[in-house]
Design a protein around this ligand. Sequence first.
Ligand SMILES: [Zn+2]
Length: 130
Amino acid sequence: MSKGSEKHKQRNEAIIYFGKDLVRRSGSHCELCDAHGTKLTIHEVPPVPKEPDFDHCIFVCEACSEQINTPKKIDTNHWRCLNTSAWSQIPAVQVMSVLMLNHLSSHDWAVELKEQLYLAPEIQEWLESI
Ligand SMILES: [Zn+2]
């Protein structure tokens, strides 16, 4: 096995290891849209750190994951969930919510929501580093 793929494998293992804590944190709900009883996957919020970092991981359902990875597929109504998740106490969830709001900036509700949000300095910094 090459060094590169060995590293990749180690990274995946580390991230899978976060799964247990993510189940606990999220109560097995999608941390963006609150979907329950569906397959949840781990999404690493950018900028993706060199070493896997639990604080960069969020638990998302397939619908959210697909649209995060393919912004062209965004279904605006689905992202009304940001009205809740954008206020999350979990920094990675809040950062991801703001990133999605940026994709939705052609919609008044998204712009208004972003204006209402209070973002702590460390969240601002995180967003600026992306
Ligand atoms: Zn979701």
